[in-house]
Ligand binder design. Sequence first.
Ligand SMILES: [Fe+2]
Length: 132
Amino acid sequence: MSLIWSYACSVGIASMDDQHAALMDALNEVLAAVAHGADQPTLTAYMTRLITLAEQHFASEERLLERFGFPGLDEHRIEHRAMLERLYEWHGKRPGAGYLTTWLENLRSWFHNHTEGVDREYGPWLRAHGVH
Ligand SMILES: [Fe+2]
């Protein structure tokens, strides 16, 4: 069930690949905690870490795209916002195992679709502007 890094995940920009790998690790930790029946405080600690990393990464990615005038930035921001809203659903909830599994499955597919889809579109643009 965990996310595994592969070249398909690479966007071709080292700093973004590093941040995506860290996000993947954080998401894997949440998945493992759920699989091992971790208690609520433990899950909340992992989720808080995942949310903080996602906020930092999206802000960093958007700054980079803005700096180099990437034309798809507005749509990209909308995708990030949707993901953050999904992550924030966690707050104030004590979801049951069924809900949690579905929610994590959605999160996992979003991550794959996003990094292997729209995130890969900015790689060529940034590299053409001298970012590697
Ligand atoms: Fe992105």
